[in-house]
Ligand binder design. Structure first.
Ligand code: SF4
Length: 283
């Protein structure tokens, strides 16, 4: 016998649930719809949606895409994408998470009202959300992902610092301090990290440390997945990351152990259930 429990705090955040609900609603109505980029950083969930009729396209394929409806996923897009979609007569299904939308508006307002200020975004330069945020500043914002990048900021000019919503709180605090230490002008710090993600850090730490073995389920390209997996792994060295049950090894477990199944904000509940059932069947 083995005791397997799913972490109640894991799974899709509300922004992703909302985007998928919107996509499914259009698919049910029989609309020909394409998602601009992967709906979620989770190949299994993307496959499920594609089997329902959803197409996934990249930005350079908008013009030639035969589908009329184009969905903007929870990460959001820069203003140029909206212009392109309108120019090519697409019907926009905007599933940008309301939290990301609010952040885009704040950055746009700061850019419009404080032209002398350098807008700095703590995040990953190639992440879709960051591309959407930088786009609010006509691509002038400076993206920093570590303290080493702070040298690219002009120390004589004012700074407004924002964050990609899924970055770690401690990293953001360190970046803020490094910018302040490096600057001879004013530095305004706006903590725009999504608490739907950051609140999961203590929860997953507690959950992982309460189990003999932990199985973390997430897509390989989910940045939130990488971050939460590291938290779980640091709390319990017997933590393994998988994207589907086929990657699970029976050697990880022994009879009578307590096993925790948890995941990222891009991990659907059904996927964690599948992993739980798979492990239970091994014993
Ligand atoms: S992590 Fe937060 S900001 Fe990002 S999609 Fe989910 S709810 Fe929205």
């Amino acid at each position: 016998m083995i005791d397997v429990e799913i972490d109640i705090h894991s799974g899709f955040c509300f922004g992703v649930v909302r985007a998928i609900d919107l996509a499914e609603e259009h698919l049910r109505q029989g609309h020909d719809i394409s998602s601009l980029g992967q709906m979620v950083h989770n190949a299994e969930e993307v496959k499920r949606l594609e089997e329902m009729g959803m197409r996934t396209i990249e930005n350079n394929a908008i013009k030639t895409d035969s589908n009329k409806y184009t969905l903007i996923r929870a990460h959001g897009e820069p203003p140029t994408t909206y212009e392109n979609l309108r120019n090519w007569n697409k019907t926009i299904v905007d599933a940008t998470c309301p939290i990301v939308l609010k952040l885009q508006e704040r950055i746009k307002k700061c850019f419009g009202e404080q032209p002398e200020t350098q807008i700095v975004i703590y995040g990953k330069p190639s992440h879709a959300e960051v591309i959407g945020l930088v786009g609010q500043t006509k691509n002038t914002a400076i993206v920093v992902s570590s303290e080493a990048d702070v040298s690219s900021i002009d120390k004589t000019k004012p700074v407004c610092l924002f964050s990609q919503t899924t970055m770690p709180l401690d990293g953001f605090a360190r970046i803020g301090e490094a910018i302040k230490a490096n600057s001879s002008s004013t530095v305004e710090v706006f903590d725009t990290i999504c608490r739907k993600v950051s609140n999961r850090v203590p929860a997953i730490r507690e959950f992982a440390s309460s189990k003999d073995v932990c199985v973390f389920v997430s897509g390989k390209n989910s940045s939130n997945g990488k971050m939460l997996y590291t938290v779980a792994k640091n709390a319990n060295r017997a933590t393994y990351r998988v994207s589907h049950p086929g990657e699970i090894s029976k050697d990880w477990f022994a009879d009578g152990m307590s096993v925790g199944v948890c995941g990222a904000t891009s991990t659907p509940q059904w996927q964690m259930e599948k992993v739980k059932t798979y492990i239970e069947r091994l014993f």
